[in-house]
Design a protein around this ligand. Structure first.
Ligand code: PBG
Length: 332
C-alpha cells in the first residue's frame, strides 16, 4: 500500500527533540524545584488545635504548639519558607490584636525559629482577619477604607513581626504607599535587614473564597474593590509593581496565579526583582475537588500548574501544594 507523503520543511521537524525523555529533559525551558515553594500556614491561639479547613482538604488552622512537627516535616522535604497568617483572638475597629507583641503570629515566629532558624519565615501583613468589619484597613466614619490611617497600623504590625524574628514581611492590604510606610518604620527601628515581599498586583478575586473561611476574614459588608485591583486590568499591574519597587520592595507578587499568568509575564518583563506568584486557596480547592471525584489526575495537574507559573516568569510560588509537590518532585 502506498502511503501518501506530504512535504515537511526539515527545519519544521520539531518532534525530533521530543523523541526521548532525556532529549526532552535537555531542551526543557523552565524547571520546577522545591526551592521555589513558600508554604502558607494558618496559626491560632490555644493548645493542641489542628482544625481542618473545610474547603481546603489537607490544610489546617494550627495552634503554636503544633508548629514544631510542621517545621520538621517542611525541613525534611526541603521546603525553604512559610508564609504565616494569624487568626485573631479578638477583633476590633483598630485591629489592635494585629500589633500585639505577644499575638499569635509573633509567638509562631519565635516557635518556628526555635526549631529551625534556617526556615525562612514570612508573614502576611494585613488587618482583614483582625477587624470586625473584615476590611483590609481602618474605616472612616462613612465606611470607606482610610488609606493613610491604615498605613500606620500596617507599619506597626510589620514591626511586631520583625521584632519577633520574621525574615520577610508581606503587606497584602493593597493600600497605596504601604511598602514605603513599612520600610520607613522598620528602618527607623533598626530592622534594615528585614525584607519586604509586596503583594503588588493583588486582584479583587473570587478565588480567595476558601481562604476567608480559613482566616475568618470575609468582609462583613461590601467588597474589596476599592483597594484590590480590578480583574480586567493588566497595565495597571505593572504600575502597582513599579510603585512598590520604588518604595523599596525586595520581592514583588502577582495574585491570584492561574487566571493571571499574562500578568505574571508582563511583570516579569518589567522588573528584575524576584517575582512571586500566589497559587491561591480557590485554585487549590478546585484541584482537590476535581481530584476527589476522580475527574482529574491530581499529581499531573498539580505539577503542570506549578510549572506553568515558572514558565510565565515567576521565581517563587506560594502554594498550599508545597508539601505534596515536594514529594511528587522527589519521585519524578
Ligand atoms: C489578606 C489576604 C487574603 C489572601 C492572602 N492574604 C485574602 C483577601 O485578600 O481577601 C488570599 C489567599 C488565598 O486565597 O489563598 N488580605
Amino acid at each position: 500500500m502506498l502511503t501518501r507523503r506530504y512535504s515537511v520543511d526539515p527545519t519544521e521537524r520539531l518532534r525530533r527533540l521530543r523523541r526521548t525523555k532525556t532529549l526532552r529533559r535537555m531542551v526543557q525551558e523552565s524547571s520546577l524545584s522545591t526551592n521555589d515553594f513558600i508554604y502558607p500556614v494558618f496559626v491560632q491561639e490555644g493548645r493542641g488545635r489542628r482544625d481542618p479547613i473545610g474547603a481546603m482538604p489537607g490544610q489546617y488552622r494550627l495552634s503554636v504548639d503544633q508548629l514544631s512537627a510542621e517545621v520538621e516535616q517542611l525541613s525534611t522535604l526541603g521546603v525553604p519558607a512559610v508564609l504565616l497568617f494569624g487568626i485573631a483572638a479578638y477583633k476590633d475597629a483598630r485591629a489592635s490584636y494585629a500589633t500585639q507583641r505577644d499575638g499569635v503570629v509573633p509567638q509562631a515566629i519565635r516557635a518556628i525559629k526555635a526549631v529551625n532558624p534556617d526556615l525562612v519565615v514570612m508573614t502576611d501583613v494585613c488587618v482583614c482577619a483582625y477587624t470586625q468589619h473584615g476590611h483590609c484597613g481602618i474605616l472612616r466614619e462613612d465606611g470607606y477604607v482610610d488609606n493613610d490611617a491604615s498605613l500606620e497600623v500596617l507599619a506597626e504590625m510589620a514591626l511586631a513581626h520583625a521584632e519577633a524574628g520574621a525574615d520577610v514581611v508581606a503587606p497584602s492590604a493593597m493600600m497605596d504607599g504601604q511598602v514605603a510606610a513599612i520600610r520607613e518604620r522598620l528602618d527607623e527601628e533598626g530592622f534594615t535587614e528585614t525584607a519586604i515581599m509586596a503583594y503588588s498586583a493583588k486582584y479583587a478575586s473570587a478565588f480567595y473564597g476558601p481562604f476567608r473561611e480559613a482566616a475568618d476574614s470575609a468582609p462583613q459588608f461590601g467588597d474589596r474593590r476599592s483597594y484590590q485591583m480590578d480583574p480586567p486590568n493588566a497595565r495597571e499591574a505593572v504600575r502597582e509593581v513599579l510603585a512598590d519597587v520604588q518604595q523599596g520592595a525586595d520581592i514583588v507578587m502577582v495574585k491570584p496565579g492561574l487566571a493571571y499568568l499574562d500578568v505574571v509575564r508582563l511583570v516579569r518583563e518589567a522588573v528584575d526583582l524576584p517575582l512571586a506568584v500566589y497559587n491561591v486557596s480557590g485554585e487549590y480547592s478546585m484541584l482537590k475537588a476535581a481530584a476527589e471525584r476522580g475527574w482529574i489526575d491530581e499529581r499531573a495537574v498539580g505539577l503542570e500548574m506549578l510549572t506553568a507559573f515558572r514558565r510565565a516568569g515567576a521565581d517563587l510560588i506560594i502554594t498550599y501544594l508545597a508539601k505534596e509537590a515536594a514529594e511528587w518532585l522527589k519521585d519524578s
